[in-house]
Design a protein. Structure first.
Length: 160
């Protein structure tokens, strides 16, 4: 470089998802525990991404022989994704119930006052296209459970 100096720039490390959600919601009790729920979804997504990449080796290609609530044939990969998210959300300690397109009934996973979220999901939307390399993803709806509200299938439904 001739006749000048290069301006120094400071590169900062991007914030993690956990750091962002914690900073954004820490002072608002309406979001108490939501960062944990989103973190559980992120961990589950990482696990499912690895499963999709190795689907043939993991023996999750094909169908279960069951029909889901949408009337579609359930893929083994769909069920594996559903089970993965249900497990991660159950272990989060913040979720009262999880509903999945692949499971007939909503699954009650926690009953305490700290289990203040209900999650509904399509765990692997577009999974039937994976064998032809078309994109797929996961869809979630998350909402607070009313304090002290006992869980029922009706409490997991919302108009819209």
């Amino acid at each position: 470089m001739q006749g000048g100096s290069m301006a120094s720039s400071t590169l900062t490390r991007p914030r993690t998802l956990g750091e962002y959600t914690s900073a954004a919601w820490s002072s608002d009790t309406r979001y108490d525990g939501l960062d944990v729920v989103i973190g559980a979804i992120a961990e589950g997504a990482c696990r499912i991404q690895a499963l999709v990449r190795a689907a043939t080796l993991a023996n999750v290609i094909g169908t279960t022989g069951e029909i889901n609530v949408q009337g579609e044939i359930v893929q083994l990969l769909d069920m594996a994704a559903s089970n993965t998210f249900v497990n991660f959300l159950s272990e989060s300690g913040r979720v009262a119930a999880v509903g999945s397109e692949e499971i007939e009934e909503t699954v009650a996973v926690g009953h305490g006052p700290q289990h203040n979220y209900i999650v509904q999901m399509d765990p692997l939307d577009g999974s039937s296209n994976i064998d032809v390399a078309v994109s797929s993803g996961s869809i979630f709806g998350i909402w607070r459970r009313e304090a002290g509200e006992p869980f029922s299938d009706e409490s997991s439904l919302r108009p819209g």
